[in-house]
Design a protein around this ligand. Structure first.
Ligand SMILES: Nc1ncnc2c1ncn2[C@@H]1O[C@H](COP(=O)(O)OP(=O)(O)OP(=O)(O)O)[C@@H](O)[C@H]1O
Length: 989
């Protein structure tokens, strides 16, 4: 059969191969090859690749076109297809002898525009990791303006798509632009290779090993495992930047951290250490982030300083029973050298700074980190966890860079002292959610609908900051868009949605309608549930055939898609499985606890008691005792580890609460006895109430004269989340009825939008108004919106350092303006601009009992200050106004001064670091002269000269109630400071 006939005959298969992933990448790569080969003209290309048109339509257009061009073009088309999608050759396309490989054409001496076409595939490859640089170079050379950045850098584009758009735009700008971009790429290559040459030339065997290692790393990191059972999704197509922050404050860091910054020196706090920790909650994307780093390294697109990268998964290391040397660990667990093992290992020992190790999921290791057992000799054998701990500490292979990921709970002080820095991964930003959903759905109209439904349900939007939940929500878009009123509110709702989605995918609704989807699949739920439950109780996340058999897991159960085959279990010959994600394992464990009549009747109380144990640091062996006794005997007891493993048990407990909530109880009507479910639900409610009461009892009595304040222990937020999952206001009310505090402190508690939803749900039932302090969390605008339902019981709100923008403030003020209790707000270190000041101005005008407004370290300028002044003019209650670290300048200071000069309430005013200058100081002197209330004025770091201070001194002469004026770091000489301090003791220099 000729290639042309095959294009017709295999049309459906070809279309599926090109388009079924939902991503345009495969089609675009085929187009690149055909353009480079001269088989398509530029006009052809534009007729096929119509932006915004459905992917399948573009692909059909291409097939029509190559068919019309005849047998030769069809032959080259198949060769291109083979190059782009080698794995689909089994579909019968390879029967063609003409499908030879397509080689990129030799560089000719044609025009630069021609080179852009003939070298297109390799230029795209080279450009993908330096788009920014190329755009800047084109602006500098005058070929591009900054307006050209947007169409290239649309966030929905993958790096290769950005590279294509850049080349297409360059082409439209003519020959000279084409020459400029080629020159940039050439220089970049030269710089890269000369840098490498300067470093060293590794021996040939090492280079061969590097090639083998990088192709194995590349193969392992191309696809995402969550899509394993459902669809094919390449990491390139779906990867979305997560929010990365340094755990420690660092002045050098401007803007967000990039991927390479994780490994780089930025934010180093301990120069001696070589280990970087990436910390994040379950499903925040730690494994995916490492996978991205691995892929970029393997492709030569990032971390090129490191010659060898060895990726390890702690989950897989758990299965290693043997004692190994470091050499065996590297070669047996990552990549086996075909030759010259010793030479390669010696190279590693001699050049540790060129080597990078990554250890994913330290929290999943059966043993918790300890630095007691020292090992320095790289040839000495030891249990794998001892090797790992010594590598992390640097007693083995000092100088090798290590990146370790973990959930926060597993990171204790012993590990911290061996870290060079700690990076926090905080899931997706609101833009990230948008970008992920658009990437997930190739059909833009579906993406828009999903995003609209998220905007309409902010509790769900909050949940989507967690990438794993964003994945589920995107995966279940049909269920989501079809569910109208009952749209998911809780994490349990979201996991029930994916459960139903997977079951219905296997057996369409018709066959289960009679029974209900959960009843129709009860056996599968119980089999997988038991597997999950036993795994969670024993820190086991990879299951052998024997494990599956023990829980009666059948082939049919596996086909449902919740389990995926473990990658890279090279040491075992039989297939091993794991759950798509560990949170999915927790969910099945919870289903088992709820539905099985075989679990210990104390399973639920024991599960909930764990938190107490964790807060006190005691072993959690009690939960293991829920297992049959033979299993218990097999368990290795490790008291410290129990503390590290509790996060998964906590997640399980959260799901148990959700599954037993009244609104879901009807789901289990025909699956098990109603009496049993009701009994279990009562147990949960009792545990939650007991847990809360214990927490409250632990609050120390206030020192005389101070308000009663509660600093939440980690368990508090978790208990609140469990109560939220139950969605029963009676339980929330009861839990809060006994809490009597004035101030709730939840600083550094990892509070994001999801936690805000739960907090508001529970706190709204407090009897007395409280101060709520949420400084240094990740509340964001979505979190602020989630907090609104409890604002009526809030006296004062502290949200320092929480990524809040004007949008969040707009919604917050609209609500609190109606809340009689609300009197104070502190918002230092957020992302506020002048756009928020009109809302504060409105608040000040409307509320004549408002006491304190602190907006330090934002981006408020003179315009904002003028707006605030408008509100201040008609306010007669404000006592504290803090605007330090903004940019109001002298004009802003004048506006504020004129609004405040006759104030009889303001006690404290801070304008530190605002560029107020002497002009501003003259104006502010009027407040000192006329206000009957002001006691403290802060003007540190304001470029004020002697003339300005003279004016303040003169004003102070008429004022006896003023206590101090702070003037440190202004434009004054030492002599001036000395002299003026003597004249006026209330000035502080
Ligand atoms: N940056 C990302 N881009 C696209 N999808 C992501 C990203 N991060 C995570 N996901 C999605 O969320 C799922 C869970 O992420 P991942 O396994 O990386 O989380 P984790 O923090 O390692 O979780 P755990 O601590 O529970 O092991 C991924 O399988 C993927 O579907």
């Amino acid at each position: 059969m000729s290639a042309q006939e095959l294009v017709l005959k295999k049309r459906t298969d070809i279309l599926d191969a090109l388009c079924s992933s939902g991503s345009a990448e495969h089609l675009e790569r085929v187009l690149d090859v055909l353009l480079a080969q001269g088989e398509l003209t530029w006009e052809d290309y534009q007729n096929v690749q119509v932006p915004g048109r459905a992917l399948y339509t573009n692909a059909r257009q291409l097939l029509d076109l190559v068919y019309a061009k005849g047998v030769d073009t069809c032959g080259i088309f198949f060769a291109a297809l083979k190059q782009v999608l080698p794995e689909v050759q089994g579909a019968g396309f390879s029967s063609l002898s003409s499908c030879s490989n397509v080689e990129e054409k030799e560089e000719t001496h044609g025009t630069s525009a021609q080179t852009l076409l003939t070298q297109r595939p390799s230029l795209i490859y080279k450009l993908q990791d330096c788009i920014d640089g190329a755009l800047k170079a084109l602006v500098q050379s005058g070929h591009f303006t900054s307006a050209d950045f947007d169409p290239v850098q649309l966030p929905i584009y993958t790096p290769t798509q950005q590279a294509r758009r850049l080349l297409d735009l360059v082409r439209s700008k003519g020959e000279s632009a084409a020459a400029a971009v080629l020159q940039y790429i050439h220089q970049k290559q030269e710089a890269g290779s000369s840098l490498n040459e300067e470093k060293l030339t590794p021996p040939k065997e090492v280079l061969k090993y590097q090639k083998k290692l990088s192709s194995s790393v590349c193969a392992q990191s191309c696809f995402l495992s969550t899509y394993g059972g459902t669809s094919h999704m390449s990491l390139d197509d779906i990867y979305t930047e997560g929010q990365l922050e340094l755990a420690h404050e660092c002045v050098d860091v401007q803007g967000p951290l990039g991927l390479e910054d994780i490994v780089g020196t930025v934010g180093t706090v301990n120069e001696e250490a070589d280990t970087v920790l990436v910390c994040g909650e379950a499903g925040s994307g730690k494994s995916t982030l490492l996978q991205r780093l691995h892929l970029l390294w393997a492709r030569g697109a990032a971390l090129q300083y490191y010659l060898l990268l060895f990726p390890f998964s702690c989950r897989r290391l758990n299965s290693e029973q043997r004692e190994l040397s470091v050499q065996e660990l590297l070669f047996q667990h990552c990549c086996w050298p075909d030759r010259e093992q010793e030479e390669i290992f010696q190279f590693i020992l001699d050049h540790p700074h060129l080597i990078l190790f990554t250890f994913d999921g330290l929290d999943e290791l059966k043993q918790s980190f300890s630095d007691e057992h020292r090992l320095c000799c790289p040839t000495q054998r030891a249990p794998v966890h001892i090797l790992l701990f010594n590598l992390i500490q640097g007693s083995l292979l000092k100088g090798v860079r290590k990146v370790v990921t973990s959930r926060p709970e597993a990171v204790g002080p012993v590990l911290k002292k061996h870290l060079c820095k700690e990076v926090l991964l905080k899931g997706f930003s609101p833009n990230g959610i948008d970008c992920f959903v658009r990437k997930h759905h190739s059909d833009p109209t579906v993406a828009v609908k999903v995003l609209e439904s998220l905007q309409a349900n902010t509790a769900l939007l909050g949940l989507c900051h967690s990438p794993v939940l964003c994945w589920i929500v995107s995966q279940c878009h049909k269920e989501l868009l079809g569910c109208g009123e009952g749209s998911p509110q809780t994490i349990t709702d979201v996991y029930l949605m994916i459960l139903q989605h997977f079951f219905q995918r296997q057996s369409p609704p018709k066959s289960t309608v009679r029974l209900g989807w959960q009843q129709g699949h009860l056996e599968t739920i119980l089999h997988l549930g038991q597997l999950a439950f036993e795994g969670i109780s024993t820190t086991c996340y990879i299951f052998s055939g024997a494990d599956l058999e023990k829980c009666d897991v059948t082939e049919k159960d596996i086909c449902m898609g919740f389990l995926t085959q473990s990658k890279d279990m090279s040491s075992s010959h039989s297939k091993c499985y794991e759950f798509l994600h560990v949170t999915m394992q927790c969910f099945f464990a919870a289903l088992y606890i709820v539905l099985s009549s075989h679990t210990d009747r104390y399973a639920i109380p024991k599960l909930f008691e764990l938190q107490e144990l964790r807060d006190t640091g005691v072993s959690s062996m009690c939960f293991r005792s829920c297992l049959p006794s033979t299993d218990q005997e097999e368990q290795i007891v490790d008291s410290e580890h129990a503390v590290a493993e509790t996060p998964n048990l906590q997640i399980t407990a959260t799901f148990v609460s959700g599954l037993l909530s009244q609104r879901h109880q009807s789901l289990w009507l025909h699956c098990c006895s109603t009496a049993m479910v009701e009994k279990k639900a009562r147990q949960v409610a009792r545990c939650l109430s007991k847990g809360m009461q214990k927490h409250f009892k632990s609050i120390p009595q206030p020192v005389q004269g101070e308000k009663k304040s509660m600093h939440a222990m980690p368990g508090f937020v978790w208990l609140i989340k469990c109560i939220y999952e139950m969605q029963e206001s009676r339980i929330a009310k009861e839990a809060m009825s006994k809490l009597q505090v004035d101030h709730l402190k939840l600083t550094y508690c990892n509070i994001g939008p999801v936690e805000c939803t739960a907090l508001a749900y529970v706190l709204q039932h407090l009897r007395n108004a409280v101060g709520i302090q949420l400084d240094n969390n990740s509340v964001g605008d979505v979190g602020v919106e989630q907090l609104l339902p409890c604002m009526h019981i809030c006296k004062s709100l502290y949200l320092r350092n929480n990524n809040i923008t004007d949008e969040g403030i707009h919604k917050l003020i609209a609500k609190v303006i109606q809340c009689d209790n609300f009197q104070k707000i502190a918002l230092f270190n957020n992302k506020l601009t002048d756009a928020c000041t009109q809302h504060f101005s409105h608040l000040l005008k409307t509320r004549q009992d408002f006491l304190s407004l602190r907006l330090g370290n934002n981006n408020i300028t003179e315009e904002g200050a003028k707006q605030l002044a408008e509100g201040l003019k008609s306010n007669h209650s404000l006592k504290h106004l803090g605007l330090w670290g903004n940019k109001i300048g002298d004009v802003g200071a004048e506006a504020l001064a004129s609004a405040l000069e006759n104030s009889d309430t303001l006690l404290w005013l801070s304008l530190v670091g605002n560029g107020v200058g002497s002009e501003g100081a003259y104006a502010l002197a009027n407040i000192i002269r006329n206000s009957t209330s002001l006691e403290e004025l802060w003007l540190t770091e304001n470029c004020i000269t002697r003339a300005g201070v003279e004016c303040l001194i003169e004003a102070l002469e008429h004022n006896t109630h003023m206590k101090s004026v702070w003037l440190r770091n202004n434009d004054l000489s030492l002599e001036e400071v000395k002299e003026m301090a003597q004249r006026e003791s209330r000035l502080t220099f």
